[in-house]
Design a protein around this ligand. Structure first.
Ligand code: AMP
Ligand code: FE
Ligand code: FE
Ligand code: ZN
Length: 280
């Protein structure tokens, strides 16, 4: 079984429709795929329909942006109830905060480059959770940079003068909300130290005590040293480990199925989650 538990569609910052992500996942030879857009479940229904058509199993999920003592932490939630009031409210607040933040960034970028809010919106479909990748797309369209990656290395880096942080709830609180909604919390790319600071072992231990279920160890943004560290930590703390692509369509070099999760861990996620895994 080929299982990839982390992908994005254009409901957030992937470049393909949710249905297309399922088509591509089947084409990549995957048996199971999770759709985990940032702070939204908007892509779930379209993905479910397409997954059934192409004969692939779908795990419905979300990647939630949180912060732990000033460090950005992306928390994957699998199989939570999308109507759980507390978690739905968190995601709603996150989406509107993201829009305000993106507008502020575009105002700043627009002082030096020919990019307006309308140009950014023109890169997205209605309802998209707008983030830096869409600002990057507008910079590409304006000919300022060649692609998203170049934008993230220049105009949009976290230490650039145009960068504005977005509001993010406390990681432990989010883990508790995910559990309250029947979801299975997994720490996304916990060793991605090229993006900024990563949390220390103590924080992962604290999250495990709060109910964190797993660590996404096999991910291209975790260096071999980090993967070694995280594997050891997972053993010590009784966490399972996952492997995933973090596919974003053409928005990132990550390819579907480039890292995989074991069938045993997939079974455990299914057993723990409140929502059903959708089989064709
Ligand atoms: P934001 O959450 O709006 O600050 O933007 C961060 C998002 O941009 C992450 O969730 C990534 O998916 C995406 N991202 C980060 N680095 C890159 C890159 N080099 N190229 C394309 N997308 C990126
Ligand atoms: Fe992303
Ligand atoms: Fe992430
Ligand atoms: Zn992601």
């Amino acid at each position: 079984m080929r299982i990839d538990l982390h992908t994005h569609s254009n409901a957030s910052d992937g470049t393909d429709n949710p249905a297309q992500v399922m088509v591509d996942a089947a084409r990549a030879g995957l048996d199971v795929v999770a759709l985990t857009d940032h702070d939204t479940t908007a892509g779930w229904d379209e993905a479910a329909q397409s997954a059934a058509e192409v004969g692939i199993t779908l795990v419905r999920g979300t990647e939630i942006s949180t912060r732990s003592r000033g460090i950005s932490v992306h928390m994957l939630s699998y199989l939570h109830d999308p109507e759980d009031a507390e978690l739905a409210e968190r995601n709603e607040v996150a989406r509107s905060a993201r829009e305000q933040r993106a507008r502020t960034m575009v105002d700043l970028v627009g002082r030096d480059f020919p990019v307006t809010w309308a140009d950014v919106v023109a890169q997205t479909k209605p309802g998209t959770v707008i983030g830096r990748p869409h600002v990057a797309d507008a910079l590409v369209a304006a000919g300022v940079v060649a692609d998203r990656s170049e934008a993230f290395l220049s105009v949009l880096t976290a230490d650039s003068r145009y960068y504005v942080p977005h509001l993010a709830p406390n990681t432990t609180d989010v883990v508790r909300s995910i559990l309250g909604a029947g979801g299975v919390p997994v720490f996304a790319h916990p060793g991605a130290d090229q993006r900024g600071r990563v949390v220390p072992d103590e924080t992962i231990a604290e999250l495990a005590a709060a109910g964190l279920a797993g660590l996404e160890v096999e991910h291209r943004d975790n260096s071999p040293q980090q993967q070694e560290r995280l594997t050891r930590l997972a053993k010590e703390l009784g966490l399972f480990i996952t492997g995933s692509s973090d596919y974003h369509g053409t928005g990132k070099p990550n390819r579907l199925g480039e890292n995989l999760t074991s069938p045993e861990v997939f079974e455990e996620i299914e057993a723990r989650g409140r929502l059903a895994v959708l089989r064709p």
